[in-house]
Structures are given as structure tokens and as C-alpha cells.
Ligand binder design. Structure first.
Ligand code: ADP
Ligand code: MG
Length: 549
């Protein structure tokens, strides 16, 4: 393959962009840091909130890391990887998303300093991996055990998750609700704890006070019965779950029926009525006296149902249908003709109750008692939304604490202790790796530093005090963000599940290592109005979209 003259060789299509080496690394690190920086101010009880306005003008006010990042529609590929860290944290624990993202950003920032000192990224990556593994060990070592009977500790975990969020003013009652909810859905299988927080439904209803929020055994739907003549209460409910409309099907193609004689019109109407009546007959024949329909129910069908004493709600969401199926033991039927007695679920009582000034459907005494609903009340939409998010964090935390059986103190205590352990570990390593592990330790301390900064405290003073306390083996010394003093975070009840920390460290370090190892970014020109739309390019100044890594 020799050529006479040297011709430029194009291996990429026109308009593609390629960044290599140092500048690729820098751009990626910069983007990742930018993401971390956006959520950093929200960390901790004194963290600020963000107001996010989407393209339709809908407003979300939150300080929940993953919510912020999801709403931001981030474009840059490396920045997106950081968002993935938050998602992983959300899926695995439900809380600690800001922590994980801030940590990932700081790991990269520290790495950048090392790169500037001519340390090769692969060496840094190796050191980071060592440090991440060691962190798991150290965290497990310093953690304290927690048992399911330890209600006080569990309550403290819930309170810690809610501190500084909209949920704070009712944290007493809300923390009780979340502990009770997790306990209600907890199952034991040969010594193992199974907790599926999907069995906990969170329903919101604007109105009332936050303190009016309650835990209900069973499922609560934000739905009323479709017809006023239907019974308000059904005892011994046999529940049909339909994913099929109880309506006359609209034809796909436009059809025109020409009627030349009034009798024909009447015949047509009669036929429609007969078909609807048959549908309702089929439901009744299965023995159902309650119907939850994912689709619509025709007015006429509603009327026939109420005549048969059937309670029905329509346009129930898919996720609610699934929860109902689990709670009542019923099967979701997609074709009315297939509905039979075997598909029905069971609940002791189904009734419509007034909550505030709207009606909701309560399904209680379900076949599967491991289904509960938390009904959240609050003054406005934004309040109940933010409480829901805080509640989800606290449920995830309690579940994680029980599943792993270990907890640590928060308020920066576990991070300072971890950094101390890592520095000690680094002494056993050779030159460059030692630098990397020390950089990792430095990065971990971003959490207490940020907690201090967000509380308006001087991070340098606080860090010095904290480290001094930890050096005298007061391992749970943390920051009292309200007074600016150092405290024994354990005694003060700032308690978090071990899993928050282990997960945050592992996913943050994984993504940091991954980003560090990239030295070539090839971005194809991209189609106009590509899948994600928005502006091309993004942070770091590359046309980074549609790329393969
Ligand atoms: P994340 O999304 O990471 O959970 P948060 O805004 O919930 O972010 O903040 C969590 C941090 O706040 C943790 O480091 C935790 O230890 C700390 N924290 C929670 N409650 C307190 C408290 N009462 N005093 C000091 N720090 C606290
Ligand atoms: Mg939190």
C-alpha cells in the first residue's frame, strides 16, 4: 500500500471531530467536573435547591442529585457518564446521588493534578482501583451493625435522609411512616431479608398538611369510581384487572355509515348498546364486583356496571395496575373474552373515600398483605413532589441498611475516617501509586469539605479539626452543619446505611477510571436533530454526540 505522493487519508466522514491525547482527557475531565459542580451546592442539610424549568415551562424544585441531572438533558458524552453514576446510585440505594456525583468529579479533578505532574493516566487508574478496593474494606471495617429490631437507629436513618429537604418539618411522623412501611413489606426467606420497595406505593394528594401524610395497608389509587350509582364500598371484593377498553372499538380507518331511515339509526344504537351490555355481562359472569381498567369505560357500560353493583375505576396507570395485581393476586387481562374467575384478585374491602375534597379509591385487606401505600399530603404540588423524593430516599436507605445490616455515621465522619485509612494504606505502596491513592483520599474529603462550605463554614478550619479528632480515634466525628462545631455524628443520630458509601465510592471510581483511560474522542458529524435534539457540542467544546466509546 505505497503511494507515490503523500495524499491525505480520510478515515472519518466529513464533519466528524476528533480530539486526542491530553486535550481529549482535559475536555472530558472538564465536562465531568462541570456536572459535579452543578450539584455540589445542593449537598447536605444546608444545601440549596435548584429550580428546573423544562421546555414546556413546568417547574421542578429539588435538591435531589439524580432528579437535577435527569432534568438537565445533558449532551456531552463524558458528562453523561457522570449522570450514569447518579442513576446507578439511585437504582442501587435510592439515596446518595449527589455524593456519588460530587465524588466522581473530585476524583477526576485530583487526577488532573497528577496528569499535570506527568503521571500517566493508566498509573492513576491503577492507583484509583487499588484505593477503591481498599475503601470497601475500610468502610466495612468501620461500620456498625444494625438489626431490624433496632427501630431507633432505623428512624435516625430516615431522619438523616430527610434533613434539609421539604420533608424536614414533619420528619418525626414521616420517619415513622417510612420505617413502618419498610417493615410491612419485609419478608424473610431462610434467614435472608427480602425487601422490595416496589411494594410500597407512594401516592400524592395536594391539600392538607405534611403531617397528615399516612401509611395505609393496601393500595390507594388517585381514582374515583366512574359512576355515581356504583357502590361506595365493596366488601369481599373480587377484582378484575383489565388492560382493555370497555368501549366499542373505534375503527382504525375512517368509516361513514349512511342512514336513510330513522329505524336504521335506532337499530345501530341498539346494537352498540347490546355490545356494551355483553361486555359488562362477561365481566359480571367472571364473578368480579370491582373493575380496575387501564383504558376507558364507555358511559353506557358504566351504567350497566352500576346496575350490577360493580365498582369500577378507569384509566388506572400501568404501574398502579401492576401494584394492584401484586397486592390482590389478580392477573391483568388484555382481552375481555379471556377474563375468567381465575384471573380475579381479592381484597377484603374496596371503597371510595374523600381525601381533602377529592375522592380516592382504597383497596385494603389485600390477599398479599405486603403491599402498602404512603399517602403524602402537603400544601402545593411542589411540596408533595419534593416530599415524595425525600421519602424515596429514606425508604431506600432503610432497606439498604437492613439488607446489608451495617450503617455508618454521616456528617462527613465516615469520609474523614475513610481518607485516614487510605492514607495509611498508601504508605505500603510505591511512589506513583502512592500518589494516586493519596489523591483518592484527598478526593473523598470533598464530602465533608462541601458540607462545610454549603453551611457557610470555613472548610480549612473544619477539616483540620475533624482530622485532629479522627487521629485520636474519635471515628464518628463529623460536622454539625447547624452550629459549625464538630460533633459525634453517631450520638447526634446522623446515621446512613453503609451501602450509600460503598456504592458511591465504587461507581464514582469506576467512572473516573473509565474517563481517565480515554485518550481519543471521535465524534461523528451527527444527523441533524439527532435522537436527543438540542445544541450540538456542549461543554468542553467538542461536537460530541452519537459517539462510540
Ligand atoms: P445525597 O444526594 O448525596 O444524599 P444530600 O443532600 O442528601 O445528598 O446530603 C447527604 C449528606 O448530608 C451526607 O454526607 C450526610 O452525611 C449529610 N447529612 C445529612 N444529615 C446531616 C446532619 N444532620 N448533619 C450533618 N450532615 C448531614
Ligand atoms: Mg440524601
Amino acid at each position: 500500500m505505497t503511494t507515490q505522493q503523500i495524499q491525505p487519508v480520510f478515515i472519518l466522514s466529513e464533519g466528524s471531530q476528533r480530539t486526542t491525547g491530553r486535550s481529549a482527557q482535559r475536555a472530558n475531565i472538564m465536562a465531568a467536573k462541570a456536572v459535579a459542580e452543578t450539584v455540589r451546592t445542593t449537598l447536605g442539610p444546608k444545601g440549596m435547591d435548584k429550580m428546573l424549568v423544562d421546555s414546556l415551562g413546568d417547574v421542578v424544585i429539588t435538591n435531589d442529585g439524580v432528579t437535577i441531572l435527569q432534568e438537565m438533558s445533558i449532551e456531552h458524552p463524558a458528562a453523561k457518564m457522570i449522570v450514569e453514576v447518579a442513576k446507578a446510585q439511585e437504582d442501587e440505594v435510592g439515596d446518595g446521588t449527589t455524593t456519588a456525583v460530587v465524588l466522581a468529579g473530585e476524583l477526576l479533578k485530583q487526577a488532573e493534578n497528577l496528569i499535570d505532574r506527568e503521571i500517566h493516566p493508566t498509573v492513576i487508574a491503577r492507583g484509583y482501583r487499588l484505593a477503591a478496593d481498599k475503601s470497601q474494606e475500610i468502610l466495612n471495617q468501620i461500620a456498625e451493625p444494625v438489626a431490624e429490631a433496632d427501630i431507633q437507629t432505623l428512624r435516625k436513618i430516615a431522619t438523616t435522609a430527610m434533613t434539609g429537604k421539604g420533608a424536614e418539618k414533619a420528619k418525626e411522623s414521616l420517619s415513622k411512616i417510612s420505617v413502618d412501611a419498610v417493615k410491612a413489606v419485609m419478608e424473610k426467606e431462610n434467614g435472608h431479608l427480602l425487601i422490595d420497595t416496589d411494594n410500597i406505593k407512594i401516592e400524592k394528594k395536594v391539600g392538607g398538611r405534611v403531617e397528615d401524610s399516612e401509611l395505609i395497608q393496601g393500595i390507594v389509587l388517585d381514582k374515583e369510581k366512574v359512576h355515581p350509582a356504583m357502590p361506595r364500598t365493596v366488601k369481599g371484593a373480587k377484582v378484575a384487572l383489565l388492560d382493555a377498553a370497555v368501549e366499542i372499538k373505534n375503527t382504525e380507518i375512517e368509516t361513514k355509515i349512511q342512514v336513510s331511515d330513522p329505524a336504521q339509526m335506532q337499530a345501530f344504537i341498539d346494537m352498540e348498546e347490546r355490545m356494551l351490555r355483553e361486555k359488562v355481562e362477561k365481566i359480571a359472569a367472571s364473578g368480579a364486583n370491582v373493575v380496575f381498567c387501564q383504558k376507558g369505560i364507555d358511559d353506557m357500560a358504566q351504567h350497566f356496571m352500576s346496575k350490577k353493583g360493580i365498582y369500577a375505576s378507569r384509566r388506572v396507570s400501568k404501574s398502579d395496575m401492576e401494584k394492584l395485581a401484586r397486592a390482590t393476586g389478580g392477573k391483568i387481562v388484555t382481552n375481555l373474552n379471556d377474563l375468567s374467575r381465575d384471573d380475579l384478585g381479592f381484597a377484603g374491602i374496596v371503597e371510595e373515600l374523600k381525601v381533602g375534597d377529592e375522592n380516592m379509591t382504597y383497596v385494603r385487606e389485600c390477599k398479599n398483605p405486603k403491599s402498602v401505600t404512603i399517602l403524602i399530603r402537603g400544601g402545593t404540588e411542589h411540596v408533595v413532589d419534593e416530599i415524595k423524593r425525600a421519602m424515596e430516599d429514606s425508604l431506600g436507605d432503610i432497606a439498604a441498611a437492613l439488607k446489608v445490616g451495617k450503617v455508618v455515621a454521616g456528617a462527613g465522619a465516615s469520609e474523614v475516617e475513610l481518607a485516614k485509612g487510605l492514607r495509611k494504606f498508601s504508605e505500603s505502596l510505591s511512589g506513583r501509586e502512592q500518589l494516586a491513592v493519596n489523591a483518592f483520599a484527598e478526593a473523598i474529603e470533598i464530602i465533608p469539605r462541601t458540607l462545610a462550605e454549603n453551611s457557610g463554614l470555613d472548610p480549612i478550619d473544619i477539616m483540620t479539626e475533624l482530622k485532629a479528632a479522627h487521629d485520636t480515634n474519635r471515628k464518628w466525628t463529623g460536622i454539625d452543619v447547624f452550629t459549625g462545631k464538630i460533633i459525634d455524628a453517631w450520638k447526634d443520630g446522623v446515621i446512613e446505611p453503609l451501602k450509600i458509601k460503598t456504592q458511591a465510592v465504587s461507581s464514582a471510581s469506576e467512572v473516573a477510571v473509565m474517563i481517565l483511560r480515554i485518550d481519543d474522542v471521535i465524534a461523528s458529524a451527527g444527523k441533524k436533530g439527532g435522537p436527543e435534539g438540542g445544541m450540538p457540542g456542549g461543554m468542553g467544546g467538542m461536537g460530541g454526540r452519537d459517539m462510540d466509546m
